[in-house]
Design a protein around this ligand. Structure first.
Ligand SMILES: C[S@@+](CC[C@H](N)C(=O)[O-])C[C@H]1O[C@@H](n2cnc3c(N)ncnc32)[C@H](O)[C@@H]1O
Length: 257
């Protein structure tokens, strides 16, 4: 299949970035047969990242597979906020880790971190375990921090937790690629979208070391309520916003004494 033919097929199927997608597909396929198979899946509506098995995130590749939440580019903002606080030997918890993209990106930026990741979905954990193996990290199945090693309590320099934060009523309004291909549990954050964030804020003081920081992505309009939840848990809250990526992150710093 020629490149112009491929672009034409993708565009006809409604792919907005047909040229870019054609390049990703061509460079990911090992043979013409595999390319045809990938194009057929993409044209049928599978997310590009699930079709090729990877997504570019924070300057590196992260493996993703069917059923696993595709890391969003805006979430690299959270990584950029957390990385400068870390140095070799520090411990990072990646809660609701999905593919493990956040822990992996931090470990790539700051070699020598110990990354413990956790997710409730075994498919996501298997994917995260594969990604994190490259940086010596681990991933376990469990509700938030429940399955993490108890010995890690009180030692985390940073907790990153990109929890599901879409209000239940808004899930139906998400783009079809998410609605049809990402399990509802990866996005649905309850009535106001903050159910999981409140639970993470409540557990964070148990796992952070003094001065350690929790980072969680929210939508801009959720930020005041998210900051209240973080403050209510005894952490010092701050809201960070990146206009260009439309990314908002709430952080909570554990007291130093
Ligand atoms: C929005 S996705 C984020 C994934 C990843 N951190 C990222 O940014 O690409 C949220 C993840 O939370 C997981 N999750 C939902 N409820 C959970 C819970 N109670 N405990 C642990 N993980 C949960 C989902 O399986 C999903 O992988």
């Amino acid at each position: 299949m020629s490149l112009p033919d491929l672009v034409h097929r993708l565009r006809a199927a409604g792919c907005v970035f047909a040229e870019e997608e054609a390049e990703v597909l061509t460079s990911s396929a090992a043979s013409p047969g595999q390319l045809e198979e990938m194009v057929a899946r993409r044209v049928a509506g599978d997310p590009l990242e699930h079709v090729v098995g990877w997504v570019a995130f924070d300057g590196g590749r992260v493996a993703v597979e069917r059923g696993v939440f595709v890391p969003r580019q805006r979430t690299a903002y959270l990584v950029e906020l957390a990385a400068p606080l870390l140095s070799a030997g520090d411990t990072v918890l990646d809660l609701c880790c999905g593919s493990g993209a956040l822990g992996l990106a931090l470990a790539r930026r700051v070699p020598g971190l110990t990354v413990h990741a956790s997710d409730i979905d075994p498919v996501a954990v298997a994917c995260a375990a594969r990604n994190l193996a490259a940086v010596g990290g681990s991933a376990v199945v469990g509700d938030l921090a429940a399955a993490l090693p108890p010995a890690v309590r009180g030692s985390a320099a940073v907790i990153v937790a990109n929890v599901p934060y879409v209000p239940s009523a808004a899930v139906a309004l998400m783009p079809p690629e998410s609605r049809d291909h990402e399990p509802r549990g990866t996005v649905d954050g309850g009535a106001d979208g903050l159910d999981l964030l409140r639970r993470v804020a409540a557990l964070a003081p148990t796992w952070l070391r003094p001065g350690g920081v929790l980072f969680s992505e929210v939508s801009e309009d959720q930020a005041p309520a998210a900051a209240d939840a973080v403050t209510g848990a005894g952490l010092v809250a701050a809201v960070h916003h990146d206009e260009e990526r439309e990314a908002t992150v709430v952080s909570g710093t554990a007291p130093c004494n």
